[in-house]
Design a protein around this ligand. Structure first.
Ligand code: NOJ
Length: 559
């Protein structure tokens, strides 16, 4: 099998927000086809497309009711086949989202399963008896607040759901369930799909004795280490690899909450024949207070030293033992420049600085739709948000528990909520940003007249063209894919500096993540005597001059 994904750059599409081709306010597959030439111009190699299957959309498609059918608002199966073909015609690969930790409660398997304790689907999910007092089997919490168990009268039992109660967890202990998953993977791969992004794959194996978590103050239901990395996880991944993945020249990236750079190798060491790379959360969690009852809404200041420590750890631990997935944004994360940078007076410089640091590392870089034009967070009223995560958290934490004030909660929503990344793609300055001629399912970010694709394509110094250049470097320069990694200035709170080295060649990657000018002194020892600029975000790299706000560049040593 070739390792084509090592030189690839992935672009993630969140279909409902990308491009609407028929005016119903939802993005769709034909909309994606319309924009393939735009993506080709950017230069990406792979599109990862978030779930497009039949779904009641309780969690925007991460609740699937038919894995073999395209959701009608997105189009038809024929449209999907057409998209695969059109992408392939342009040498772009298609990776689909495999959501197999759970299904929708409207999936046929669940509808059957809940009918009785002894039907052919009864063990497709986790069903447990209530405790003697009728309460939930244990104190496990859902990721979206509340208990992870929902009572069902028909069976007089509780079923497990790590996400909403409309997303029951599949029982991977049951070999029939595993076979169903492998079959649906083959169904799409035989149609030409080139790989999988695997939703919360680290959670598919459960601790089937379902022990309680140790109590935590202020929390009735807890979500913690037992929600991931269960005892049979790697056995299942090996089986999936044997049964399906090894038969195709494909790419796999598993979403692995709860993983760190130590256990990452278990997933991605090629010798183990499991996955190619995993999506970690370690670096994304640095701005949250750990173990707070207010979960991700308990904000902590951004800390560059911590970010550098975590990402560098992954770089060094996986060098020669696996492969990194490099990302700052996706449909579950806010816009990085609003979250950790400056999205007003240094918006462009800042977007390019984050891109430089990320794309300079070893791994496969992921660009989330809109990141390449510097899209920013939304600042809406509560009722203008759509995400079930926001509304569940509001009810539970603000209204019921009163563990966070309304004011602090809204500040966290503006900073961290998933809908920040889910507002419609901004194509131009026409009404609704050129996303739809109808009513968009969620409000367009009002800054679309200033931030949009049409503007970016007009300006040769745009963020778009900067990404285009970074992608080209990834394709052409082996040092980016193969080179070693060394972090400098580990304790510097503003400067991100590291070096890549390959076959005697050396590149220095530098970013100033502050709004201040920074004297060059601390950086000087690492500057090469003779060098040339590979890429930079201020039009030139200056020797012996202070670094400007959000200045970033890569320089190359000349012998
Ligand atoms: C992770 C997905 O990325 C997220 O959007 C979803 O809500 C959960 N998994 C549940 O499927």
């Amino acid at each position: 099998m070739s390792n084509w994904w090592k030189k690839a750059v992935v672009y993630q599409i969140y279909p409902r927000s990308f491009k609407d081709s028929n005016g119903d306010g939802y993005g769709d597959l034909n909309g994606i086809i319309e924009k393939l030439d735009y993506l080709k111009k950017l230069g990406i190699d792979v599109i990862w497309i978030s779930p497009v299957y039949e779904s009641p959309q309780d969690d925007n498609g991460y609740d699937i009711s038919d894995y073999r059918k395209i959701y009608e608002k997105f189009g038809t199966n024929a449209d999907m086949e057409n998209l695969i073909e059109e992408a392939h015609n342009r040498d772009i690969k298609i990776v689909m989202d495999l959501v197999a930790n759970h299904t929708s409660d409207e999936h046929f398997w669940f509808e059957e399963s809940k009918k009785s304790k002894d039907n052919p689907y009864s063990n497709y999910y986790f069903w447990l008896d209530p405790k003697a007092d009728g309460s939930e089997p244990n104190n496990w919490g859902s990721s979206f607040c509340g208990s992870a168990w929902e009572y069902s009268k028909e069976r007089n039992q509780y079923y497990l759901h790590y996400y909403t109660k409309k997303q029951p967890d599949l029982n991977w202990e049951n070999p029939k369930v595993r076979q169903e998953v492998y079959d649906l993977m083959k169904f799409w791969m035989d149609k030409g799909v080139d790989g999988w992004r695997m939703d919360v794959i680290a959670s598919i194996s459960k601790y089937t004795d379902f022990p309680d978590y140790p109590e935590r103050p202020g929390e009735k239901y807890i979500k913690g280490f037992m929600h991931a990395n269960g005892p049979r996880l790697h056995e299942y991944l090996k089986e999936m690899n044997r049964e399906v993945l090894s038969k195709y020249d494909c790419m796999t990236v598993g979403e692995a909450p709860g993983s760190d750079s130590e256990n990452a190798r278990l997933f991605v060491d090629p010798e183990r024949k499991e996955l190619n790379m995993i999506i970690t959360f370690e670096h994304m969690n640095i701005d949250r207070i750990p173990n707070s009852p207010n979960k991700k809404w308990a904000l902590k200041d951004f800390d560059l030293i911590e970010l550098k420590r975590i990402l560098s750890n992954w770089q060094t631990k996986l060098l020669n033992y696996g492969w990194n997935a490099l990302y700052f944004e996706n449909h579950d994360q806010p816009r990085i420049i609003s979250r950790w940078g400056n999205d007003t007076n240094y918006r462009k410089e800042c977007a390019k600085a984050f891109a430089t640091i990320l794309h300079g590392m070893q791994g496969t870089p992921y660009i989330y739709q809109g990141e390449e034009i510097g899209m920013v967070n939304a600042h809406y009223k509560l009722k203008e948000y759509d995400d079930v995560e926001i509304h569940n958290a509001y009810k539970e934490l603000v209204e019921k528990d009163k563990s966070i004030s309304e004011e602090d909660f809204m500040a966290a929503v503006w900073n961290k909520s998933r809908d920040n990344g889910r507002t419609p793609m901004q194509w131009d300055s026409s009404e609704n940003a050129g996303f739809t001629t109808g009513n968009p399912w969620i409000k367009v970010n009002p800054r679309y007249t200033e931030i949009n694709v049409a503007e970016e394509l007009e300006d040769e110094n745009s963020i778009f063209y900067y990404y285009q250049k970074l992608i080209k470097l990834r394709h052409e320069e082996e040092i980016l894919t193969e080179g070693s990694f060394k972090l400098y200035l580990t304790e510097d709170p503003s400067l991100y500096v590291y070096e890549r080295e390959f076959k005697g060649e050396k590149w220095l990657v530098v970013g100033n993540f502050s709004e201040e000018e920074i004297e060059i002194d601390s950086l000087k020892p690492y500057f090469y005597e003779k060098w040339e600029s590979v890429i930079n975000n201020y039009g030139e790299v200056r020797d012996n001059m202070p670094l400007r706000p959000y200045e970033a560049f890569i320089i190359k040593k000349i012998k």
